[in-house]
Design a protein around this ligand. Structure first.
Ligand code: ATP
Length: 496
């Protein structure tokens, strides 16, 4: 009664408030419904069941049966045996085979379901009675924060829930990313984990994203960007690899072992060499001036050795690049980099070269937004030779709460192993003549021609680089690959 009196004569106000109340509550109910549909796991699961049911019906995967009733006969639909199992980040769909009329088509539907569920097929298991396709789903839910990237030597570095770079099992890492796609953030997130367990060396030929980190104690003298120093660091790393093997052998002998064990059994921390913009480094090495002190052959040869033999000694390489064609990667890299990631927008040929033949039929896509919000660091991940799946790089935390620089600042440095000082090897003329199975006259003739082509021999004896030059000339000469002048002209192109 009191209210009636109070609002009597204010119907506009009462009406307005009621309408606003109705509008706001319907909007809230609608948002809640949307949230349940898109985020609620129960709804998401039911939706996938519906998608599978619809897929079966629309593709004619059902039997029909006529059923007689009081009002005449009607058709009843029956599905073959199909099971859908859903977990937080994976799901599997199993289809009955056992000679039923759909079996041949069931064997091939893994790819279609991948598209239908917007999921990534990881595996297919044919266990006789059933074929089961296993998928990774909801990759975005597996995302972790960059500040939480951690790892151990035995288990590897966790980059997302269910995505672990087990560097011992799958040595070396290739990261390809389009500009602005999140490659640098991913590399830095990786460092959060790597710097805590191993010695890290960074080569940044673009002199861009890592130069600032050179001030940090944990990375002091281990971030380089000029061609000479980067080249020297690769050569040094190769020497360290040999020294690590020597230490391992020594410690293994001391334990009377019959077999050499993994590096960590001998108290050696792993080492990681991170090369950002790898093609820039290669082209800088290739374009060195002729009289450069750097032996580009040796540098690339040493890098190759680390790719081939690093794993045993606990040395691992991470290379990052933008788009990459199959031909850009020498086969040593292609076959020996076992873990591969893309982030952001990359070209079709990059997917081909990074994920290879097994993923040739996969529909890779670039996703700009998820739930209406711009998404960074989304891409794919795979172990070399296995199916690729969606990947969300660790999420960059709010800059108020976290900075990579401050995180790295508090980390302690892992010291270098004690390494014997290696003296430069020089070769005497007579030893070279013997090794090349030639005579002094021919040796001197070739030396003269090399001098005419610009080689500046520094002393009476010969460096490793000079020796390699002679070896190449004699190899080609012995194979009859042209006149001496032609051969020298060709060899000099490579000699740089
Ligand atoms: N994982 C991530 N989480 C949140 N934001 C990200 C993430 N990755 C990238 N970003 C955003 O995108 C911006 C560009 O990322 P980043 O510098 O890593 O790109 P990039 O691929 O290295 O580009 P470029 O090749 O041009 O250096 C970052 O400054 C950040 O704002």
């Amino acid at each position: 009664m009191l209210l009636y009196h109070k609002f009597y004569g204010h119907w506009f106000l009462v009406g307005g408030v009621s309408i606003a109340y109705l509008l706001i509550s319907s909007f809230l109910i609608y948002r809640l419904y949307q949230l349940f549909i898109t985020k609620g796991r129960w709804f998401t699961k039911r939706r996938r069941e519906f998608i599978l049911w619809r897929f079966m019906i629309q593709n004619g995967f059902y039997y029909t049966k006529r059923i007689k009733g009081a009002n005449g006969s009607r058709e009843k639909i029956k599905l073959p045996k199909v099971y859908l199992k859903q977990d937080k980040l994976t799901m599997s769909a199993s289809f009955q085979l056992e000679g039923i009329k759909f079996q041949d088509r069931f064997l091939k539907i893994g790819g279609q379901l991948e598209t239908a569920f917007s999921a990534d097929m990881m595996n297919q298991v044919n266990e006789g009675a059933y074929i089961t396709f296993e998928y990774a789903i909801d990759a975005i839910r597996s995302r972790i924060s960059a500040k939480d990237v951690r790892g151990t030597v035995k288990e590897g570095i966790k980059l997302a829930e269910g995505v672990i770079w087990d560097f011992i099992e799958n040595p070396h890492l290739l990261i390809a990313g389009g500009t602005g796609g999140g490659k640098t953030v991913l590399l830095r997130s990786l460092l959060v984990g790597l710097l805590r367990i191993g010695r890290v060396e960074i080569l940044d030929p673009k002199e861009a994203d890592f130069v600032k980190l050179a001030d940090l104690e944990v990375l002091k003298d281990r971030v380089t960007w000029t061609t000479e120093t980067m080249a020297q660091r690769i050569v040094d790393a190769h020497e360290r690899m040999r020294a690590r093997y020597a230490i391992m052998r020594e410690r293994s002998n001391a334990k009377n072992e019959t077999e050499l064990e993994a590096f960590y059994k001998y108290d050696l921390a792993p080492e990681f060499i991170l090369i950002d913009e790898y093609p820039s480094l290669v082209s800088e090495l290739e374009n060195l001036p002729r009289d450069s002190k750097i032996d580009a052959f040796k540098v690339m040869g040493d890098l190759k050795q680390i790719f081939l033999k690093g794993r045993g000694a606990g040395m691992f390489i991470v290379i990052a690049t933008q788009n990459v064609k199959t031909d850009d990667l020498p086969s040593t890299l292609k076959d020996n980099i076992m873990f591969r990631i893309t982030v952001g927008r990359v070209s079709g040929y990059t997917y081909d070269s990074v994920f290879g033949e097994v993923n040739a039929n996969k529909a890779f896509k670039y996703v700009e937004k998820v739930d209406g919000k711009k998404v960074y660091g989304r891409g794919y991940v795979a172990v070399n030779g296995l199916p690729a799946r969606e990947f969300f790089a660790p999420l960059l935390p709010n800059s108020k709460d976290f900075s990579f620089y401050n995180d790295f600042k508090q980390l302690s440095r892992i010291e270098d192993i004690e390494q014997p000082v290696v003296k430069e090897v020089r070769y005497l003329q007579n030893d070279l003549i013997n090794e090349l199975s030639t005579d002094e006259r021919m040796f001197k003739k070739i030396k003269g021609l090399l001098k005419d082509s610009g080689v500046n021999f520094t002393g009476k004896d010969y460096s490793e680089k000079e020796k390699r030059l002679f070896v190449q000339v004699f190899d080609r000469k012995n194979n009859g690959e042209g006149t001496l002048k032609e051969i020298i002209a060709e060899v000099m192109v490579d000699f740089g």
